[in-house]
Design a protein around this ligand. Structure first.
Ligand SMILES: Cc1cc2nc3c(=O)[nH]c(=O)nc-3n(C[C@H](O)[C@H](O)[C@H](O)COP(=O)(O)OP(=O)(O)OC[C@H]3O[C@@H](n4cnc5c(N)ncnc54)[C@H](O)[C@@H]3O)c2cc1C
Length: 461
């Protein structure tokens, strides 16, 4: 299923986004060339902001806490080929500002065929295509009914309420329930949103570009690498505090204090929620409330390299229908895109806390056990495996954001608002329509750079 597919009930206009995509080539007034700007974070938002400002004559320094750039674009080569442990898909290739960057950097992408799944239930019974498509239609029907039932209802509630209502409405056979769980968990995973917390009211706020989902094949990290060319980036320098009260902004790091005229903060919502950067004065109340209310979701990946391909080589993914909701529900077939014997298991945060606390052997062993249940005991041990723990990773603290019950779409705009004309914010969480994506992060960086260029710097006292 396409990203947010289950939630796409009505067609939406993408004109606002087309306007956003054009931001990169707009002529805008330059407030003060030669000013210094510190950008915190070298993910897509930070790199986009830094490039825009550098090109406009600003003196830009990027401070990156980890030892690598790219943030949640994270390509591992430990399995002998580029495997994406963070972002891996382009959500629509028409009018998407990432596409020119992908072409420029030679990053290939192939269309994802969401209907191309092969499924097994946990006892090894194959799920047939009819069953999968029946459950997909049933889930879509369930959301459609909920949409019409709730027209005019201003109250928000978690998406899980709709699912539980469906369980009360009709009797599921155990087999149907397992396939239904697979469908629901897949939807939770692609949105990194636990449905017990995800907002029904704001579920449709997200918009994808037209042109279908595409899978990146030969190293997404070439994109941030290209954006970083020629920029002054200091890696391994974690920012611990930002003092922006008066005069030049002071940015405190474990390596000492730097000063600049303005600062753009692009760290993840998870890092802001954890209070890892001490802002002085404190951030405005409304911004702190927005940080609190917006949800930071979790998914993890385990990429497994096998001695040979033992599964159908042409399908997009292997589906696992299980009685335990969220238990290794999907293995993306990397072989379809690369020809290499690699599968990537996706694990939602709703299952065993995304396996965050589980030792590698157990987490990887769990994935192999499920594959053995699906394909038989002859499934070999993997020759190598890599896994993520995005929740515990101190420079992200989660995978990406979702609209949570209690938050509104406006909260993302509040998060994006500049403070005292000195402190600016970017990052996927600040994008009302493209949150949780690389394109949203990229455009937010350009937006923040333009704010720096158009909002006059405060007079220094
Ligand atoms: C598992 C997973 C799968 C995903 N799948 C997709 C997908 O298929 N398609 C898609 O479009 N998007 C996907 N995303 C989301 C996408 O990766 C992000 O939305 C996007 O990369 C975020 O970019 P950003 O610049 O906002 O933040 P980040 O990439 O998080 O950049 C912020 C940077 O700040 C640094 N930092 C943090 N704290 C500090 C500090 N104190 N001091 C200095 N530096 C600091 C971090 O190290 C990081 O480099 C996925 C994400 C994950 C985790």
């Amino acid at each position: 299923m396409d990203r947010r597919d289950f939630l796409k009930i009505s067609a939406k206009s993408s004109s606002a986004l087309l306007a956003g995509a054009a931001l990169g080539c707009t002529t805008i007034p330059r407030a003060s060339r030669g000013e210094s700007v510190i950008v915190v974070g070298a993910g897509m938002a930070g790199l986009a902001a830094a490039r825009e400002l550098e090109a406009a004559g600003y003196r830009v320094t990027v401070l990156e806490g980890s030892r690598r750039i790219g943030g949640r674009i994270y390509t591992s080569r430990d399995l002998g080929l580029p495997v994406e442990l963070g972002a891996s898909r382009i959500h629509g290739i028409k009018n998407n500002p990432l596409v020119p960057l992908l072409k420029e950097t030679g990053v290939g992408y192939l269309e994802v065929d969401w209907d191309s799944l092969t499924g097994f239930e946990t006892d090894g019974t194959p799920m047939d295509d009819e069953e999968l498509s029946m459950v997909r239609n049933r889930i879509l029907g369930m959301f459609r009914r909920a949409f019409f039932r709730n027209i005019g209802n201003t109250e928000d509630f978690p998406i899980e309420d709709i699912i539980q209502r469906e369980f009360q409405r009709r009797k599921f056979t155990p087999q149907e329930r397992r396939v239904f769980y697979f469908g629901i968990t897949s939807a939770e995973m692609v949105n990194a949103s636990p449905f017990t917390e995800a907002s029904w009211k704001y579920a449709l706020d997200y918009e994808a570009y037209p042109g279908g989902d595409h899978f990146v094949v030969n190293g997404y990290d070439s994109v941030p690498d290209k954006l970083a060319t020629g920029l002054d980036i200091k890696t391994g320098v974690a920012v611990t505090g930002v003092e922006y009260g008066s005069g030049r902004v002071k940015v405190h790091t474990e390596e000492g204090t730097l000063r600049a005229d303005r600062v753009i903060v692009t760290v993840s919502l998870g890092v802001l929620k954890a209070g890892q950067i001490d802002f002085s004065p404190s951030l405005p109340w409304a911004k702190e409330a927005a940080i609190d209310r917006i949800g930071m979701g979790l998914i993890n990946k385990i990429a497994l390299r096998f001695p040979e391909i033992f599964w159908p080589a042409k399908v997009h993914a292997l589906a696992h229908g299980t009685d335990v909701r969220g238990q290794y529900p999907v293995f993306v077939n990397v072989a379809r895109y690369t020809g290499e014997p690699v599968l990537t298991a996706y694990v939602p945060g709703t299952y065993e806390d995304g396996l965050e606390g589980m030792p590698d052997k157990e987490a990887i062993g769990g994935a192999v056990d499920v594959l053995r249940r699906m394909y038989g005991s002859s499934v070999p041990d993997p020759v190598n495996a890599v896994r993520t723990r995005w929740g515990g990773y101190p420079f992200t603290r989660g995978a990406f954001t979702f609209n949570k019950v209690g938050a509104t779409g406006r909260d993302r705009e509040t998060l994006a608002e500049p403070v005292a004309d000195r402190l600016f914010f970017a990052g996927e969480a600040t994008s009302r329509k493209r949150f949780g994506t690389v394109s949203g992060a990229y455009l937010s960086g350009i937006r923040a750079a333009q704010e720096v260029m158009t909002i006059p710097a405060p007079l220094m006292t």
